[in-house]
Ligand binder design. Structure first.
Ligand SMILES: Cc1ncc(COP(=O)(O)O)c(C=O)c1O
Length: 331
């Protein structure tokens, strides 16, 4: 597998203990960890860098000259794709859901800075954005370019190979890891981890409300990814928490706010309101209702996403909630 990637990420990412958060939520010391995939380096880092190592290698091997992808307005995958294209000397066209904002914030500022050619989909739907990515690819072909199109989130089998590698890295750092908790957007990260760890029960995905068909797509994709990586087909049943996204993708929830506060105040760990905050809310819920058992080795995958915290939509929410969590956690 190693020959199929271009190096873009700082690897291995650190695995850090979270003993203060563990104590706060009733877990024994030495059993709660964070895998710092927010520290993969490229343009602010995050999980997408690992996927793009494989996706870009495939694009280059196929003689492509332009990366094409898309996502929600605050897509981290879009930002990292634009950065990877620049690093590798490729052009980049990205489709962002919805209409052009009057005032760009968060990731959109970085998309402009990185110089991606931005297409506004004028529609917020998942499938409308996927269709717009395909339309952009077709237009580029007509213009004589050699585009390489990636689905939302880089969720192809090729992209998910980055998380097979991450699973191997984690297994070397913590051989008895029982469960990894991760945010599920397109589900590619989850599928790659399952393929790498070999068992669905070792990954708890927390749906952030991006994709309606996660329950079917993650197991299908995990099997395909395992096959491509030359691993056995994963065993066990899918673990998916579909109760944390509230009113929808990016919608603020009290549980997400509690998770942001706890991580920040117990561990100095900054999560984001769209992905990792909801994933941590899923971890807290699983500890509280017994789906995570005290004593088993639990890893929270920090997948990045910090720029969205600086989008206007969340600033007032963050400021208004300050002090809601017990100040003792501030130490
Ligand atoms: C910060 C962050 N975390 C998690 C995810 C979810 O990853 P996946 O699309 O592989 O499910 C994304 C996807 O956009 C992301 O940007």
């Amino acid at each position: 597998m190693a020959d199929d990637r271009v190096a873009l990420a700082h690897l291995p990412t650190p695995l850090e203990p979270m003993d203060r958060l563990a104590a706060e939520i009733g877990l024994p010391p030495g059993t709660l960890w964070v895998k710092r995939d927010d520290c993969t380096g490229l343009a602010g880092g995050g999980n997408k860098v690992r996927k793009l190592e494989y996706l870009c290698a495939e694009a280059i091997a196929g003689g492509c000259d332009t990366l094409v992808t898309g996502g929600g307005r605050q897509s981290n995958h879009v930002r990292i794709t634009a950065a990877a294209a620049n690093r590798l000397g490729l052009a980049c066209t990205v489709v962002l859901a919805g209409g052009r904002p009057s005032h760009p914030t968060g990731n959109v500022v970085l998309d402009y800075l990185l110089g991606a050619d931005i297409v506004w989909a004028e529609d917020d739907g998942y499938y409308a954005t996927e269709a717009a990515i395909e339309a952009a690819r077709d237009r580029l072909r007509v213009e004589g370019r050699r585009p390489y199109a990636m689905p939302i989130g880089g969720a192809s089998v090729t992209g998910a190979l980055g998380y097979v590698r991450a699973a191997d890295e984690l297994a070397a750092q913590l051989p008895d890891v029982a469960v990894v908790v991760t945010a599920d957007g397109s589900g590619g990260t989850h599928a790659g981890l399952v393929a790498g760890l070999g068992d669905h029960r070792r990954v708890l995905g927390v749906d952030v409300g991006t994709r309606p068909d996660l329950g079917e797509r993650v197991p299908e994709k995990a099997t395909e990814v395992a096959e491509r990586a030359g691993r056995p087909s994963p065993t066990g049943d899918l673990r998916l928490d579909r109760d944390r996204f509230g009113a929808g993708y990016g919608a603020p929830t009290d549980a997400c706010r509690e998770a942001l506060d706890l991580a920040a105040r117990c561990e100095g760990l900054v999560l984001d309101p769209v992905y990792t905050g909801k994933a941590m809310a899923g971890l807290l819920a699983a500890v509280r209702d017994g789906r995570i058992t005290p004593g088993e080795q639990v890893v929270f995958l920090h997948t990045g996403g910090l720029p969205a915290l600086f989008a206007h939509a969340y600033a007032a929410w963050i400021a208004a909630g300050v002090g809601r969590v017990d100040q003792r956690q501030g130490g």
